[in-house]
Design a protein around this ligand. Structure first.
Ligand SMILES: CC(C)(COP(=O)(O)OP(=O)(O)OC[C@H]1O[C@@H](n2cnc3c(N)ncnc32)[C@H](O)[C@@H]1OP(=O)(O)O)[C@@H](O)C(=O)NCCC(=O)NCCS
Length: 286
C-alpha cells in the first residue's frame, strides 16, 4: 500500500547528488557525472518523503517516437515493498504512451517488471576487471580500423537503429563528441563501430555494433588493449566466444541481468541479416 507521505515528481539535476547516494548505497559504480550524462539524455521521476529526501528514482530515455528504455530504478531499502517501484513504473508508462519499453533487470527488479507487462528477451553478462595483456585480433583482409569522424555519424546511427530498433542518434552524437569512437570499414562501407568512455570505476566499452564477430572482436581487443592495466567494464549479450576472450584478458564475469521488453521486436530475416550488438552502451542505456 502506497503511503500518503510519499510524493512523486519529475527528477531535476538538483536531485542527482541524492540519487547518486542511492546507487552508491547499492554498491553500483556510477559516478555523479554518469548520472548527469544519463539525465542530460533523458527524463525521470523521483519519490520523496515530506522532508524532501529522495527515496526512489527512475530514469527513461525515448529513442525515437516509438521505443524507450528505462533504468536507474532504485527504491531505498528502508522503503522497499511499499509500492514505490510500482508507482514509478506507472508514471514512466504514462509519460511514454504506446512506446515499446526496454530495460535490463536485476533479479530484485524482475518480479516488479513482470507485473508491469515486461517479458524476458535475453541475458546480459557483466564483465569487468583490470585488463591484462591483450593480443591484437587481425581484421579480415580488405578491412581497416580507423577513428570515427563527424561524417560517419549518419551511417553509424543507421547501423545502430538496424541492430536495436531504437533511434539512439542523441546518445551516439554525445559519445562521438568524446572523441573515442572507432569503426571498421572496407570499400563496401562501414562494417562495425564501437566506443569507449569513462564510466563508474574506470572505463567502459560499448556499444559495439557490427555485421559480424570478425569485425567486432578486433574492436573489442583494440579497446581492451588501450585500457591495459586499467579497470574496464563490458556488458555483453550472452556469447560464449566473447565471454571467453574477456575472461582471458582479466575481465571476469561478475553478474548478469535479464533483458526485458514490453513487446517482441522483429530482428529481420536471414536474407537481411541485421547488424549485431556485441556490447551494450550500458545496462540502463541498452
Ligand atoms: C526493484 C525495486 C525498485 C522494487 O521497488 P519496490 O518499491 O520495493 O517495489 P514495490 O513495492 O512497488 O513492488 C512492486 C511489485 O513487485 C513485487 N515484488 C517486489 N519485490 C519482490 C520480490 N523480491 N519477490 C517477489 N515479488 C516482489 C511486489 O510484490 C509488488 O507487486 P504487488 O504490488 O502486486 O504485490 C527495489 O527492490 C530496489 O530498488 N531494488 C534494488 C535496486 C534494483 O535492483 N533495482 C532494479 C534495477 S533494474
Amino acid at each position: 500500500m502506497l503511503q500518503t507521505q510519499i510524493a512523486f515528481r519529475p527528477i531535476t539535476p538538483e536531485d542527482l547528488p541524492q540519487a547518486w547516494q542511492l546507487s552508491k548505497d547499492l554498491a553500483w559504480p556510477h559516478r555523479l557525472e554518469d548520472w548527469e550524462q544519463m539525465l542530460a539524455l533523458g527524463n525521470g521521476f523521483v519519490a520523496t518523503t515530506t522532508d524532501g529526501s529522495v527515496i526512489g528514482t527512475l530514469l527513461w530515455w525515448a529513442w525515437g517516437p516509438q521505443a524507450a528504455s528505462l533504468g536507474m530504478i532504485i527504491v531505498s531499502p528502508a522503503w522497499q515493498g511499499h509500492g514505490i517501484g510500482k508507482h514509478l513504473m506507472a508514471l514512466a508508462r504514462q509519460a511514454l504512451p504506446g512506446y515499446r519499453l526496454h530495460l535490463n533487470a536485476t533479479s530484485a527488479g524482475v518480479p516488479l517488471y513482470e507485473k508491469s507487462g515486461f517479458h524476458s528477451t535475453g541475458v546480459v553478462m557483466q564483465h569487468q576487471g583490470n585488463v591484462s595483456t591483450v593480443p591484437l585480433i587481425p581484421l579480415p583482409e580488405g578491412c581497416r580500423m580507423r577513428p570515427m569522424g563527424a561524417a560517419d555519424l549518419t551511417a553509424i546511427c543507421d547501423m545502430d537503429k538496424a541492430a536495436l530498433k531504437l533511434d539512439r542518434s542523441a546518445l551516439l552524437t554525445r559519445l562521438m563528441e568524446d572523441g573515442r569512437g572507432i569503426l571498421v570499414d572496407s570499400e563496401k562501407g562501414i562494417l562495425g563501430f564501437s566506443f569507449c568512455r569513462k564510466f563508474g570505476w574506470g572505463q567502459a566499452t560499448g556499444p559495439i555494433i557490427a555485421l559480424d564477430q570478425a569485425f567486432a572482436l578486433p574492436m573489442l581487443a583494440y579497446w581492451a588493449g588501450t585500457c591495459a592495466g586499467q579497470f574496464l567494464r563490458v556488458d555483453i549479450p550472452q556469447d560464449e566466444t566473447v565471454a571467453g576472450l574477456l575472461d582471458q584478458w582479466g575481465l571476469l564475469r561478475v553478474g548478469s541481468v535479464v533483458s526485458m521488453s514490453t513487446e517482441v521486436v522483429e530482428t529481420g530475416d536471414a536474407a537481411t541479416q541485421p547488424p549485431i550488438c556485441f556490447a551494450l552502451c550500458s545496462q540502463a542505456l541498452c
